[in-house]
Design a protein. Structure first.
Length: 207
């Protein structure tokens, strides 16, 4: 099974490269996560730490720095990289679905994910989520999640259950996603060749 996946996405606005290494977390894993937005980098750290795999990012932008573009394009690229791992690891028994809970102090969130070639995201906010957090808009963090789902062509449900501090709320969300990915990307030899859903592989015939 190939343990490293690298995906590069190029547009006229940006070039994003994401490398996923499915091995023990490196002591300096944070140094490989490079984005121009500190809090956004911190959120990617949570995915790596809870997911149990190393993430490396490289971001090159044109002359305009747009937070929306950074978050959306990196999300799409990372999602595509995860999808490639799922495809490559199917023969070895990658599980393909999982859920997780993220908590920190007063904040709690849950995430559930399934890789079935169906791009759908639902973010259910059961508490008030502040519009800004640590110098960035909360909607740009949602944009990352939306981009991830597009790239991975997966189904993702997130429930923001409770919280008051914006930093804690988003940490809980990304912790829950990392935990869900940890379970979805684990390998169970008993599931060799099996898909996440009973529909199996989806095939399109174009004539």
């Amino acid at each position: 099974m190939k343990n490293t996946v690298k995906v590069t996405r190029k547009t006229t606005e940006s070039q994003m490269a994401v490398t996923l290494e499915f091995s023990a977390i490196k002591p300096d894993y944070r140094t490989y996560i490079q984005t121009p937005i500190p809090f956004f980098s911190h959120m990617i750290e949570h995915i790596a730490w809870r997911g149990g795999f190393n993430i490396s990012t490289q971001i090159d932008l044109d002359k305009f720095f747009l937070t929306h573009v950074v978050c959306e394009d990196l999300g799409i690229t990372m999602g595509k990289a995860v999808a490639e791992y799922v495809k490559n690891a199917k023969a070895d028994g990658v599980v393909g679905f999982g859920d997780g809970i993220g908590i920190i102090d007063e904040a709690k969130a849950t995430a559930a994910i399934s890789f079935e070639n169906r791009a759908y995201i639902d973010i259910n906010k059961l508490c008030k989520v502040p519009e800004t957090v640590e110098g960035m808009a909360s909607e740009d963090l949602e944009t990352f999640l939306e981009g991830f789902v597009q790239g991975a062509c997966c189904t993702l449900h997130i429930d923001v259950e409770k919280g008051e501090n914006a930093h804690h709320i988003w940490e809980a969300v990304f912790r829950s996603l990392g935990t869900a990915l940890n379970r979805a990307l684990s390998v169970d030899p008993a599931r060799k060749g099996m898909s996440s859903g009973v529909a199996g592989n989806i095939e399109f015939i174009v004539e």
